[in-house]
Write a protein that binds this ligand. Structure first.
Ligand code: AMP
Ligand code: GLY
Length: 428
């Protein structure tokens, strides 16, 4: 079978690499892909947010029997619906189901209605009313633009002045465009004794009947060491998550995963695909910080390399709603991914810098994000450039291996965090 993967980041490179190992996959196309993906797939230069253009391309390629939609934007726009209406098989939720990510107001209302634990909140579409509410409330307070905002639409405000500025930025200045037409004002969650709550990303496979969690992983969203600096798409990840015990996994299954699947069914929005739960551990138990309607980036880069089961078999089973029949197995051990970013990211950065890569150790692999090949030379073409991933028996071993190999890669302005894989005592 030939498969089309939609997307062009490190996550898509990891998905393409997993599909390339499948005995049932002959050829992979990737729209648009990058220089790393191009070694495994034929890259197709079509704008994947242009639904008609993607539909026309798939119609014109009858050898493509399955399409995997990885990024949030085409899912939110309804690419799954477009391809299905043309009779194609797809992996990824339809537009109504993808709203669990594309509208935070919808996700919060869903959790409230079905008693799924999350931070208390109010929603406003009027700046004056939002301001009046914030003026009466406690600090810190969390402001979230309703729609998709490249992971940047969440503001944690310590003071009333910061909250005023934040509301203005989101609702009046429209810093995140139409995503800021509504704003969610949310209670600030903490861990024990007001320390920051520990966070875990639980990606799951679901066909709307069965939900199967993947191995838990931890992201590092801030740009700089010690969780300082601006929020980014994610600067590195590791798996497993040290605090995620069997007891917590059971609590999450019963209080969060199963109720969410049932809630989406009850709302007539059956979710089929990867449903991602961003969770925080609080003194009152695990709570949902965010839902994503897709694989996480860079979580996927540490999760999929540990998958023993054929990914294509899982995708097909989800499309056919027979996920319960598939036994999903994982390797023991750990995996760490360190993201190498362009200087200046997540703000403005230069592109077109030449990348050099030395000989990498065994069990170390690269997932490309913003890379392109120009006249045979590998160059940077985005903010997050390459994820350096390593497996080991422990997070400590994987982390040491990943960083030893980071040193073999260079490009002008290259920046990365040096503390991926140590939080939550992951090394112990
Ligand atoms: P999100 O884009 O929704 O994942 O939010 C980005 C980050 O902001 C999360 O990973 C948390 O660290 C933090 N955050 C979001 N909502 C809350 C909240 N209600 N309380 C505390 N921290 C939060
Ligand atoms: N790593 C967070 C996300 O994919 O949204």
């Amino acid at each position: 079978m030939n498969v089309l993967v939609i997307g062009n980041g490190g996550r898509e490179h990891a998905i393409v690499a997993a599909l390339a190992k499948s005995p049932s996959v002959d050829k992979i196309y990737c729209m648009k892909g990058n220089a790393g993906i191009a070694e495994l797939a034929e890259c197709v230069n079509v704008d994947y947010c242009d639904l008609k253009a993607v539909g026309d391309w798939v119609d014109a390629h009858p050898d493509v029997q399955y399409t995997v939609i990885a990024p949030d934007d085409p899912l939110a726009l309804g690419l799954a619906d477009e391809l299905e209406s043309r009779g194609h098989r797809v992996f990824g939720p339809n537009k109504k189901a993808a709203e669990i990510e594309s509208s935070k107001a919808f996700a919060k209302a869903l959790m409230k209605k079905y008693n799924i634990p999350t931070a208390a909140y109010e929603i406003f579409d009027d700046y004056e009313k939002a301001l009046a509410y914030v003026e009466k409330g406690k600090f810190p307070v969390v402001l979230k633009a309703d729609g998709l905002a490249l992971g940047k639409g969440v503001l944690i405000c310590e003071t009333l002045q910061q909250a005023k500025d934040g509301l203005k930025q989101i609702m009046l200045d429209k810093a995140f465009g139409a995503a800021g037409n509504k704003v969610v004002v949310e209670e600030f969650l903490t861990g024990k004794e007001f320390t920051p709550g520990e966070e875990v990303s639980v990606l799951t496979f679901t066909d709307g009947k069965t939900i199967v969690p993947m191995i838990p992983s931890c992201d590092h969203k801030r740009a700089l060491d010690g969780d300082k600096g601006l929020n980014t798409g994610g600067m590195g990840t590791f798996t497993p998550c040290p605090f995620y015990t069997k007891e917590i996994a059971d609590e999450v299954m019963n209080n969060i995963l199963l109720p969410t699947v049932r809630a989406m069914n009850a709302e007539g929005r059956t979710f089929k695909g990867v449903l991602y739960f961003g969770l925080m551990r609080t003194p009152d138990g695990m709570k949902v910080v965010e839902y994503n309607s897709r694989f996480g980036d860079p979580e996927t880069q540490v999760v999929l390399p540990m998958l023993k089961t054929d990914l294509m078999e899982i995708f097909q089973a989800i499309t056919d709603e027979r996920l319960a029949d598939v036994k999903i197995e994982w390797e023991d051990g750990a995996c760490v991914c360190v993201v190498l970013a362009s200087g200046g990211y997540p703000q403005s950065y230069a592109k077109g810098k030449q990348i050099t890569i030395g000989d990498l150790d065994k069990d170390v692999f690269l997932y490309h994000a913003g890379t392109a090949r120009e006249n045979g030379m590998l160059k940077t073409s985005g903010g997050r450039v390459i994820g350096v991933c390593a497996k080991g028996r422990t997070v400590k071993e994987a982390r040491a291996k990943a960083y030893a190999n980071v040193k073999k890669i260079s490009f002008e302005g290259m920046q990365y965090r040096t503390d991926i894989g140590i939080k939550y005592n992951a090394e112990e």
